[in-house]
Design a protein around this ligand. Structure first.
Ligand code: ADP
Ligand code: MG
Length: 646
């Protein structure tokens, strides 16, 4: 024997909101067969809607058992209930419950979205249903452009959309005038003749008279249950075919559409929310570009000083000066250094602050004693005149090459100073050349405030010592820096019999400078990402508002069969879309702003794809993270409570 179609056994419903529990339904036992036309009649407040919501699986009984086709509803999870609402029941509400920003067709087809029906199929079916219900001319009208009766007919089309077996109508004529009410009842009668099971709730005996069976309810109890017309009930009735389809792609398409519509309806709000994301993404992009630009500038300056240089410095590595002066760096070392394979050239360097005098001007300058290959070792050529020669070194000539700063100060642009004698220490020196400008170091030392003279002359006349501060070794491009450094080390240990020196590699120095620069870049990136997070909080905030505003819409969607995941997808999509568009705009603003700043202030900016992708991905992730909480809140709403919201 097949089980009754709908079977309620000793159902009770108690509301626990408020201070005292309120029992609204007591001991309701009712069997409804497929194809019946039942009216549930009672006074206002007698519990009819509560009963209807339980029958339609929008609400669960507090006690008792409810079976649909033999299946106990209490055992179903929320997705299972959503499936029943979607496939088996069609709701018609007193206040229509249409979604105001959707047209008649879109409202009618909504349940099919959640059943996974393709767009063209569902639009066709919705149009057909509306045509049958006499709304062929009103397909694209919105609810506020339709009369009450027309709106109710749209909601009937919606109830029929998924070919549900049961039409549940809660006071369907309650908000209509008598002719509108008659029309709706005529439609219900016709649907009943076509095999639908109709359950109608009303307080009006004239309306109840349409039904074939009348159930009276007083204060939550059934007081009578009688057949008033010849029954058409069948134990089988109309059969429903088709399995639950996985509503994935249509649901996503629909979620996108809803998201776009929601954003368009709240343009200012969406724009302001997006602004947070735009600022965040733009600052990540621009700050990373600025960081990279600064790094490249430092890099270039370091490169300009030569990457294939090894510097042998006095002093034990990693030990602060012991006070003992190291005097072992001598002119005799130079030939040995040059004999190392891979060494292109080597010069000694010693510098110190000295007083320089010309006419009656005194300057404090850096005097460097070095070899004639200085310009080639450091890629630092003379701009005027020549650098001193090997001959000058050999003869201990009193010649000097001056830096640009000194030239400008002493000769104030009128003359170059070439051929003049200047006094350094107490000796006169002939100016033979002016070096090109090198600018200031990262530490702010002016490299052009120096003079260069043969190390022989400097040793004898200025410093009064033969030994040097360092050797600078230029390595041949094809040679391996590490090998040369190792050989250099071996040579010095051999000559000095101890490690009283250390060898620095220009490439290492570059790396260190890069690391410092990286730290700065990361700092900038952190600040930028914090602003992105703040933007994300803005999105979350607005999404929470959006969920609150659209609670009723969520209730309607759940009543027509949306699952929690569908609702969740809808809000997530919206949040992600805000962040997606904000992300794109942010990248554009970041790049545009960066270019503007760099041309206006001459700041170097280097845009690479990495930070742009990262910033964009962060924005996307922000969308998901900040949308998740509000979306989950929406998905967990109770359909009844959501529907009750104004
Ligand atoms: P009807 O549809 O017959 O007019 P309802 O089923 O809507 O009656 O309500 C029956 C009783 O339950 C009413 O007294 C109402 O105040 C109460 N009620 C309905 N919904 C809730 C709720 N969510 N929380 C508390 N009480 C409720
Ligand atoms: Mg009611």
């Amino acid at each position: 024997m097949t089980p009754p179609f709908l079977q309620l056994s000793a159902i009770g419903r108690t509301y626990t909101a408020g201070s005292e529990p309120l029992t609204v339904l007591r001991e309701i036992s009712l069997e409804i067969n497929s194809g019946e036309f039942v009216a549930i009649m009672g006074a206002s407040g007698s519990g009819k809607s509560t009963l209807m919501n339980i029958i339609g699986c929008l609400d669960k009984p507090s006690i008792g058992s409810y079976r649909v086709l033999g299946r106990e509803v209490a055992t179903l999870d929320s997705d299972g209930l959503a499936q029943l609402r979607r496939d088996t029941f069609g709701f018609i509400f007193q206040r229509y419950n249409l979604m105001s920003d959707l047209s008649a067709v879109e409202n009618a087809e909504a349940p099919a979205i959640y059943a996974g029906i393709p767009k063209s199929v569902r639009t066709n079916r919705a149009s057909e249903l509306l045509q049958e219900l006499g709304l062929g001319e009103r397909l694209h009208h919105h609810p506020n452009e339709l009369s009450g009766g027309q709106q109710q007919r749209v909601s009937i089309a919606r109830a029929l959309m998924n070919n549900g077996l049961v039409i549940l109508a809660d006071e369907p004529t309650g908000a209509l005038d008598s002719s509108g009410g008659k029309e709706v009842m005529a439609i219900l009668e016709k649907l009943h003749q076509q095999g639908h099971t109709i359950i109608l709730v009303t307080h009006d005996s004239n309306i109840a008279a349409y039904a074939h069976r009348l159930v009276r309810i007083v204060d939550g109890c059934i007081t009578s249950d009688e057949q008033q017309k010849a029954g058409t009930a069948t134990s089988q009735g109309k059969e429903k075919s088709g399995e639950d389809v996985k509503p994935s792609i249509p649901a996503l398409g629909e979620a996108l559409k809803i998201a776009v519509r929601s954003l368009m309806n709240n343009r200012l709000r969406a724009g302001l929310t997006m602004l947070g994301i735009i600022i965040g993404v733009a600052s990540v992009v621009a700050m990373m570009a600025a960081g990279n630009g600064a790094k490249a500038a430092v890099d270039e300056r370091m490169q300009a000083m030569g990457t294939n240089l090894l510097t042998v410095e006095r002093g034990v590595p990693a030990v602060r000066s012991s006070g003992e002066l190291i005097t072992t760096f001598l002119p005799e070392d130079i030939p040995s250094i040059i004999s190392i394979p891979g060494v292109e050239m080597a010069i000694p360097e010693t510098e110190g602050s000295t007083l320089l005098r010309f006419d009656n001007q005194d300057l404090l300058v850096t005097t460097v004693g070095t070899g004639e290959e200085f310009p080639r070792v450091h890629d630092w050529p003379a701009e005027l005149g020549t650098f001193f020669s090997a001959e000058h070194v050999k003869r201990q000539a009193q010649v000097v090459v001056i830096g640009q700063t000194i030239m400008k100060t002493l000769f104030s642009g009128r003359e170059t100073g070439l051929g003049e004698y200047i006094i350094i220490g107490n000796a006169p020196f002939l100016v033979v050349g002016v070096l090109s400008s090198k600018g200031t170091t990262a530490r702010g030392d002016d490299l052009d405030n120096s003079v260069w003279m043969p190390y022989t002359t400097a040793g004898a006349r200025i410093f009064g010592q033969r030994f040097f501060k360092r050797f600078v070794v230029r390595v041949k491009p094809e040679a391996d820096m590490d090998t040369v450094a190792a050989n250099l080390r071996a040579l010095f240990i051999h000559r000095h019999r101890k490690v009283d020196f250390n060898i620095r590699n220009q490439a290492d120095a570059i790396e260190m400078a890069n690391e410092t620069q990286n730290t700065l870049t990361y700092l900038l990136a952190t600040i930028a990402i914090i602003s992105l997070i703040v933007g994300g909080i803005g999105v979350m905030n607005i999404m929470l508002v959006s969920v609150t505003e659209r609670t009723r819409e969520i209730g309607i969607r759940m009543a027509i069969g949306a699952r929690g995941t569908d609702v969740m997808l809808q809000f997530l999509t919206e949040a992600v879309m805000v962040c997606f568009i904000g992300g794109i705009a942010g990248v554009l603003v970041g790049v545009g702003g960066g270019i503007a700043v760099s041309t206006l202030f001459g700041l170097r900016m280097i845009f690479t794809i990495g930070p742009i992708v990262i910033a964009f991905a962060c924005a996307f992730l922000t969308g998901i993270l900040s949308g998740y909480l509000p979306a989950r809140k929406a998905a967990h709403l109770d359909p009844i409570e959501a529907l009750a919201r104004e």
